[in-house]
Structure formats: structure tokens, C-alpha cells
Design a protein around this ligand. Structure first.
Ligand SMILES: [Zn+2]
Length: 388
């Protein structure tokens, strides 16, 4: 939970204590609550002024003064975690767990915080153990969500499916999309080990979980290729045009390879040219350019690039245009063009290509699961480019 939230919670509790002390004339309690309130405001002030070290000191002081208020421990632990002092957070929560006077809900909360400490420290087995002890408690849903994150990190897809189904059974969060992706991961794993039957079984489950999952269509084609059936693979991959043409980029090159395998590369090139025309993207153009240059010659590829550059200038097409011009240019222009191409290539190489729609994390590779926020299907395979 957010640290500011903790402060507000603690301040509310202390206010109530102070009010009760004043109302019933409890002088000792009144004095203690006034001291604590003063510490809390001091800590909040440091927090708002972004002085984390002083905030920690104030918290430690407050915890020493009032060890019985568990919220103070949780707030301090949260701050330790945020500052990277995971060892301190772990030790504090472990000590808290040893206390005999903890109420069951406080014990569960402490265990949950300890699990978060282990997760942040990368001690996944210990985090898993802590969260598993929370089954059936008021922290069950949060613990299951944390377990799901752990299994995703560990790529334990079978376990992730079980946990996601448990969360769904609680009727709060729909996770069909995620479960479908977990089955896709299992399909991919099975394909890597050439276990075709297992791949088909997992993919069928992925389709059942989410019939709109485009990755299922992609993987269906991959399975057919693994079975040496390029015609069937082409049939699957061509369906992507109807599902969502933005994803054609992910199969454009594979489609060409499949058409080449059945001796119909010209048909493949014509299909790619159609995709470029109907669903233009600089990366699709890039794939089409390579195959057109190889099969129909540099003049045809050059003509295509020249037209597209005039319609929608971008760095990828610019590189290809320069390449085509280098082929026909003579010195000294050839060297100058080569220099320009090198500079553009260097610049383009360092540019991120895709952006997560959830957290805006930018990456050079396309991911089904965002490496930053962990969201599934948050990337669209479309290049982000300043010049467009
Ligand atoms: Zn993200």
C-alpha cells in the first residue's frame, strides 16, 4: 500500500486515541497520543518534502515509542522496501511474527508483508511459502495475486493456471485472457521440445479460455510448420488479416518462408505487397522490401520504397531507400550515401520499437507480457517512431 496512505491511517488512529483520552480524561494516554501525533506529522512532512532518510528515522522513533501499534511496523516496513533496505524489512516483520500478543488479522497482515519483502528480495521460494500460508485468510486474494506474479516470473505456467483459476473462482477478477496466454506459453515450450501432441492439447485449452486470442492462430501455424505442413500453416496465418491486421507483422516473414517452401514465392510476395498497401507499417514494408528485392530485383523494391517514403516518411524506409540508391549510385555519391545509411542505421538500432499500452514501457522486442508492468497483450506490434 502507498506510504502516504499509512500515514493518514496512523494519524486517524492517533486522533481517535487523543479524542478518547480527552473525553474520558485519561491523562497518560493523552500525553502518549500527543507525542505520537507530533511524530506522525513530522514524518509526513519529511515524506511530502521527499526526505526519505528523515522519514525512516521518525518512523523508527515512533515504533520504539509505540511498539504495540502494528500499523507503524507495516508503514516502516513499506518504507524500508521502497528504499531497498529489504533486510531491515524482513527482520522487522519476522520479529513482529514472533510476538505472542498479535491478533490473527495482524498475524496475517505481517505474513503478507513478509511475503512482499521476500518477493522484492527475489527470494521467490520463501515468498511463495509465506503467501501459501494465507490461504483462507482475509489476505487470500492478495496472496493469490502475489503467487500468480511469482509463477509468471518463474515461468511455472501449470501452477499459474491453477492460481488464476482459484482467483477467478472467487468471482472478483476475470483472468480468461491471462489463462489463455499461459496455455500459449505451454504450447511454445512443447514446440521447443518437439512435443507436438502436448502443444496441440495446450493450444486447444488456450483457444477455449479466449477464442479471440490471436496468438493461438500464430501458434497453430507454428505447429503445422513443425509437422512439415506449410500449406496448413499459411491458411492459419492468413486468418490474422481478419482478426487484427496489426499482428501480420509477426507472421510476414514466416508466411514468405512457407510460400517459398511450396514453390510459390511470387504468390507470397504479392500477398506481402497487398498487406503493405492495405495495412501499411514501416516494419511490414521492411519485410516486403527484402523479399521483393530478392525475387523481383532491386528496381521493383526501389520503386515500392520510393512511393511509400513519399506517402509516409520514416527511418526504416529511409534506410532501405538509401540501400537501393547505393546499388545504382557511382562515386563520390555512393560513399556519401553509405555514410548517411550508417548514421541512420545506428540511430534506428538504438530506438525502441514497441510501447506498452498499460505502462508506456518501451522495448526493442515485441512481448506478449510486458517486462515492466507484467500486463499481458499490452503491446501492439507497431513501431513507434518520431518521424512518421
Ligand atoms: Zn507495461
Amino acid at each position: 500500500m502507498d506510504l502516504a496512505f499509512w500515514w493518514l491511517l496512523i494519524i486517524t488512529v492517533v486522533f481517535m486515541l487523543g479524542w478518547a483520552a480527552a473525553r474520558y480524561n485519561l491523562r497518560y494516554l493523552r500525553s502518549k497520543s500527543e507525542n505520537l501525533l507530533s511524530s506522525c506529522f513530522k514524518g509526513l512532512n519529511f515524506l511530502l518534502n521527499k526526505k526519505p532518510d528523515q522519514t525512516i528515522d521518525t518512523f523508527i522513533e515512533a515504533v520504539k515509542l509505540h511498539p504495540e501499534i502494528t500499523e507503524l511496523h507495516f508503514a516502516l516496513g513499506n518504507l524500508f522496501r521502497q528504499r531497498g533496505a529489504i533486510d531491515c524489512a524482513i527482520q522487522m516483520h519476522q520479529n513482529l511474527l514472533l510476538r505472542a500478543d498479535l491478533r490473527p488479522n495482524e498475524r496475517h497482515h505481517t505474513l503478507y508483508e513478509l511475503g512482499q519483502d521476500f518477493l522484492k528480495a527475489g527470494l521467490l521460494d520463501r515468498a511463495e511459502e509465506a503467501f501459501q500460508r494465507l490461504y483462507g485468510s482475509e489476505y487470500a486474494l492478495s496472496a493469490l495475486q502475489a503467487l500468480l506474479t511469482i509463477f509468471e516470473i518463474e515461468k511455472e505456467w501449470h501452477k499459474a493456471i491453477v492460481v488464476a483459476q482459484q482467483i477467478e473462482a472467487m468471482g472478483i477478477l476475470p483472468l480468461r485472457k491471462e489463462i489463455s496466454q499461459f496455455y500459449c506459453e505451454l504450447t511454445q515450450e512443447a514446440l521447443q521440445y518437439k512435443k507436438i501432441d502436448n502443444a496441440r492439447i495446450a493450444l486447444k485449452q488456450a483457444l477455449c479460455s479466449n477464442p479471440k486470442n490471436i496468438r493461438v492462430t500464430l501458434l497453430s501455424g507454428d505447429i503445422e510448420i513443425a509437422c512439415n505442413k506449410p500449406v496448413q500453416a499459411i491458411n492459419y496465418w492468413r486468418q490474422i488479416e481478419q482478426q487484427n491486421p496489426a499482428y501480420l507483422l509477426l507472421v510476414a516473414h514466416k508466411l514468405m518462408q512457407a510460400y517459398t517452401a511450396i514453390g510459390q514465392s511470387q504468390k507470397g510476395v504479392a500477398l506481402l505487397a497487398h498487406y503493405v498497401e492495405a495495412y501499411y507499417s514501416s516494419d511490414l514494408l521492411d519485410v516486403a522490401y527484402q523479399h521483393i528485392a530478392e525475387l523481383s530485383g532491386i528496381d521493383s523494391a526501389h520503386a515500392l520504397i520510393r512511393v511509400k517514403m513519399q506517402q509516409s516518411p520514416n527511418l526504416v524506409a529511409m534506410q532501405r531507400l538509401l540501400e537501393a540508391q547505393i546499388m545504382i549510385a557511382e562515386e563520390p555519391y555512393k560513399s556519401e550515401l553509405e555514410l548517411m545509411r550508417t548514421l541512420i542505421r545506428r540511430h534506428a538500432k538504438n530506438m525502441p520499437r514497441y510501447m506498452c499500452q498499460n505502462c508506456s514501457f518501451q522495448a526493442k522486442l515485441f512481448y506478449w507480457r510486458c517486462p515492466s508492468c507484467g500486463g499481458w497483450e499490452t503491446y501492439i506490434p507497431q513501431r513507434i517512431e518520431p518521424i512518421n
